[in-house]
Design a protein around this ligand. Structure first.
Ligand SMILES: CC(=O)N[C@H]1[C@@H](OP(=O)(O)OP(=O)(O)OC[C@H]2O[C@@H](n3ccc(=O)[nH]c3=O)[C@H](O)[C@@H]2O)O[C@H](CO)[C@@H](O)[C@@H]1O[C@H](C)C(=O)N[C@@H](C)C(=O)N[C@H](CCC(=O)O)C(=O)O
Ligand SMILES: Nc1ncnc2c1ncn2[C@@H]1O[C@H](COP(=O)(O)OP(=O)(O)OP(=O)(O)O)[C@@H](O)[C@H]1O
Ligand SMILES: N[C@H](CCC[C@H](N)C(=O)O)C(=O)O
Ligand SMILES: [Mg+2]
Length: 487
């Protein structure tokens, strides 16, 4: 394949040199460049990739894709000036890896909460229906049964297309992928051909990155605007922005709902710790997932399966046996005192509200709800006081602690959370920065039958403090504390 071939669809401004050279390697990161690589210089939020052009040429790069031509052009190197390097990376990766997204049914899931759950349920459903599938998710990626660790919710364009090609080569027919707003905005998905798109919901998150809620909505909507007419687009009619998402899409439109008329209409009959009983388009089914928010996730999954041509009853039969994604309403019950410990990845105000509302509905008597929660560092600071407020309002006792402080001071994050509290809320909480000690305290306060929720980190097996990832597993720590207090 030549450089000219892989530049197909890229918006080019100028070229210096001959683009008919063969391409063996494509890189966005100077640290991965070796002799013969083509380097794409992207202006990022932390650094400008153009800074590394001299360096990659010394490492043996043969071509550079950039937005601004360097002042001095080196003999024997091909320079291609493009309108957007990030978009170019999307198209180039698509072409370089032989258009893998066109060879599978690629389904993208976007929304603030529920992406991992929906994508994972779809992966499990279609695998159980007999297809070989791919999954790209926050928790992990899958090529059939093979697990590939995930670093991002949606990988960069090159890693993404490389993985899609591996999926094609290993015989996958369907691929389910989370499509984060960062990925849409940074063109990680540019050039991909989607067979369908799903929207879960949009609430407060990532305002550090998108700055305003309107901009966050616009970015999510652009995913649907760009779907081709052969694709389907499924949205949540009960979300305030559900209809707006589909306003300008060329794809076939469908809605799901628990409250209004929709193509995929659900009704909850029972919502207990043992699962959900609900009707989906008048068919009564028992599911193992818990909570109203999962009723929405199940409707989205059902809708996608029907749009992909699967049999209604077979889909519901298989779905009824499936469990959710790791760390999403994941619970253990202590052997003696029957304390219910729930680990959940809720890390936004809306997710916390949903999880706590679900827990409230599961209570049978006067069990206390004790919540342990923190907020991530180097992320949206404006969600901190709101998360603290929601937690106090819907819990009996609260232990604020650290999530992943990353580069920030854990005590400052706690202080930011505390600014959201009114007088009543202030009586309910204590702050314990050490997460293990916080979980210990919460378990020690629990009486038989009480519910301890540990929110924010779900499946994560580490805690990132000052840039270092230390091993940490909420579920494991909770198990240890149950053992400690039940000896
Ligand atoms: C804010 C954000 O999304 N940043 C992502 C973005 O980084 P950036 O644009 O800031 O890039 P940069 O570090 O400034 O570098 C610019 C360019 O120079 C290159 N570079 C950089 C350094 C160097 O030595 N040499 C070099 O060539 C980089 O490869 C890049 O192409 O592009 C990088 C390469 O693809 C990502 O690794 C990086 O993810 C960071 C680590 C991150 O934490 N991202 C999170 C916020 C994220 O993306 N999260 C979403 C999920 C959110 C959700 O839905 O909850 C996700 O999809 O995972
Ligand atoms: N449909 C939903 N609506 C609201 N909250 C949800 C929904 N589904 C899951 N949640 C809550 O949000 C948390 C995160 O869910 P999930 O991991 O599926 O979302 P995500 O969109 O993949 O998140 P991320 O942006 O971090 O990748 C869950 O642990 C649960 O508390
Ligand atoms: N995809 C989300 C995950 C947040 C998880 C939470 N544990 C935190 O560290 O804030 C993000 O990168 O913002
Ligand atoms: Mg996710």
């Amino acid at each position: 394949m030549t450089l000219q071939d892989i530049l197909y669809k890229v918006s080019i401004r100028s070229v210096h040199g001959n683009t008919s050279i063969p391409v063996h390697d494509l890189q966005l990161d100077s640290r991965k460049v070796s002799a013969g690589s083509v380097f794409i210089a992207v202006k990022g939020s932390a650094v400008d990739g153009h800074r590394f052009i001299d360096q990659v040429l010394q490492q043996g790069a043969v071509a550079v894709i950039c937005e601004t031509m360097p002042a001095e052009l080196k003999e024997g190197v091909v320079y291609v000036q493009v309108e957007s390097s990030a978009a170019a990376a999307g198209y180039m990766a698509h072409n370089f890896y032989e258009q893998p997204s066109e060879k599978v049914k690629l389904i993208g899931v976007t929304g603030t909460n529920g992406k991992t759950t929906i994508a994972t349920l779809l992966f499990k459903l279609f695998t159980n229906l007999g297809y070989k599938c791919g999954l790209l998710s926050t928790v992990q990626n899958h090529i059939g049964n093979e697990v590939v660790p995930a670093t991002h919710t949606t990988p960069d364009a090159i890693s993404l297309n490389a993985m899609l090609q591996q999926m094609v080569n290993s015989g996958c027919t369907h691929v389910f992928m989370e499509t984060s707003s960062h990925a849409i905005h940074q063109h990680r998905i540019t050039g991909l051909k989607y067979a369908g798109g799903l929207f879960s919901n949009i609430t407060h998150d990532h305002l550090d990155y998108h700055k305003t809620f309107d901009e966050y909505i616009r970015v999510k909507k652009s995913f649907f605007d760009l779907l081709p007419s052969e694709a389907f687009a499924i949205s949540n009619a009960d979300d305030k922005r559900g209809q707006v998402m589909l306003q300008n899409t060329h794809a076939r439109k469908y809605l799901y709902s628990l409250r209004t008329m929709a193509e995929f209409k659900g009704k909850i009959l029972e919502n207990r710790l043992t699962g959900l009983v609900m009707t989906i388009n008048d068919q009564e089914v028992h599911f193992r997932l818990i909570g109203e928010f999962n009723a929405y996730n199940l409707l989205a999954v059902y809708g996608a399966a029907i749009c992909l041509g699967e049999d209604k009853l077979e889909v519901l039969r298989v779905l009824s046996e499936i469990t959710g994604a790791e760390g999403r309403f994941d619970y253990i019950i202590s052997p003696n005192q029957k304390i219910i410990g729930i680990v959940d990845y809720a890390h936004t105000p809306d997710a916390l509200l949903n999880v706590l509302a679900t827990i409230k509905k599961l209570r049978e008597g006067h069990e206390q709800v004790i919540t342990v929660v923190g907020c991530g560092g180097d992320r949206d600071k404006t969600k901190r006081p709101v998360m603290a407020e929601v937690t106090c309002e819907h819990s009996d006792k609260v232990v604020f602690t650290s999530d992943n402080p990353r580069s920030e001071d854990p005590l400052q994050i706690l202080a930011d959370m505390e600014t959201g509290l009114n007088t009543a809320a202030k009586r309910k909480y204590v702050s314990v920065p050490d997460r293990k000690e916080a979980i210990k305290l919460a378990v020690s306060m629990a009486k038989p039958g009480d519910i301890v929720l540990i929110a924010g980190k779900g499946h994560e097996k580490y805690q990132e403090i000052k840039g270092v990832k230390h091993p940490f597993d909420d579920k494991q720590v909770m198990r240890e504390m149950f053992e400690l207090y039940e000896k």
